[in-house]
Ligand binder design. Structure first.
Ligand SMILES: C[S@@+](CC[C@H](N)C(=O)[O-])C[C@H]1O[C@@H](n2cnc3c(N)ncnc32)[C@H](O)[C@@H]1O
Length: 284
């Protein structure tokens, strides 16, 4: 039996469920299992493999048949062109969130001339804090997540990218105020909070609903609970903040923000023309 036989069988199996990206996904799983890069993969298609290898690698492909996300199967994902670890229990970073990072990269230099303290509410795999710590070498970060899985993966990811300017905190962001309220440096906050309305969770894709952590998705009755809590917690310190939001939420969030003294300073649409990123300040 050759690697090419396994590749063909993987494709045949996945085609029974998916129409798009099938070859790409099987190639990713095979490369992960055999620890090949892209060149190795092509060169090894005629390499013989054992029955055990055939069966156990095909078992990985079969996990995709039950809609498990590819990134969980192979244990990593790409974000802003870099490779990050992910694992079940931690949200897989989305491409929209790259826009959130880009928004912060553009806005921060307009507001802060030197170092600042970055706060992240809900770091998940840690990609946002890490990307911004890489962009702003003078910044220091206090990043918070309530999930233990997230805490472990984010630490792994900061080691992977040699970052030591982030203080990862496994705690509820809403208990963190004593850690930053007396900062003598300007405060920046970034968050991609859980924003799905509880009633909409059932209608999410199976691959999200059955595999990704509820704590990363459920934004309460209207999906806006975390935004309100963030504005309420931060209203008596001066902040610049960038927030990701869900479909049709931006205008409600802007209205909510104004009741806590925050004004919107920028809005960004995603690739589907959905208003996805809103930025605020309460600086005079
Ligand atoms: C939508 S995920 C975002 C993860 C990551 N920042 C990203 O963009 O891929 C939201 C994150 O908020 C975390 N979270 C939920 N409630 C929290 C709270 N009260 N305090 C801190 N983190 C919280 C979840 O565990 C989850 O990791």
């Amino acid at each position: 039996m050759f690697l090419a036989d396994l590749y063909r069988e993987g494709i045949r199996l996945l085609r029974s469920v998916y129409t798009d990206n099938v070859e790409f996904e099987v190639e990713c799983i095979l490369k992960f299992y055999f620890k090949f890069d892209s060149i190795d993969f092509i060169n090894h298609l005629q390499t013989s493999i054992s029955d055990d290898q055939y069966i156990s690698c095909l078992n990985l492909v079969k996990r995709r048949l039950s809609y498990e996300p590819l990134d969980y199967i192979i244990g990593n994902t790409q974000f802003m062109g870099r490779l990050y670890d992910v694992s079940p229990g931690v949200l897989i970073p989305r491409s929209e969130t790259e826009l959130l990072v880009q928004e912060a990269q553009c806005l921060i230099p307009h507001y802060f001339s030197s170092s600042f303290v970055g706060l992240e509410c809900g770091f998940g795999s840690g990609v946002i804090s890490i990307e911004l710590a890489l962009s702003f070498c003078e910044s220091s970060w206090l990043s918070f997540d309530i999930s233990k899985d997230a805490y472990h993966i984010a630490q792994k990811n900061s080691k992977r990218h040699n970052i030591d300017s982030i203080n990862w905190n496994h705690m509820d962001f809403f208990d963190s105020k004593s850690l930053w309220q007396d900062s003598d440096k300007p405060l920046f906050l970034i968050s991609n909070p859980p924003y799905i309305a509880t009633k909409d969770l059932e209608s999410l894709d199976k691959s999200v609903r059955d595999y990704e952590p509820l704590i990363a998705l459920d934004g309460g009755e209207c999906g806006l609970d975390m935004y309100q809590a963030i504005f309420s917690l931060c209203q008596d310190c001066t902040f610049l903040m960038c927030l990701e939001c869900g479909v049709d939420q931006a205008d409600l969030i802007i209205e909510l923000a104004s009741t806590y003294g925050f004004r919107c300073v920028n809005k960004t649409f995603d690739y589907h023309h959905i208003l996805r990123i809103v930025s605020f300040t309460n600086q005079l």
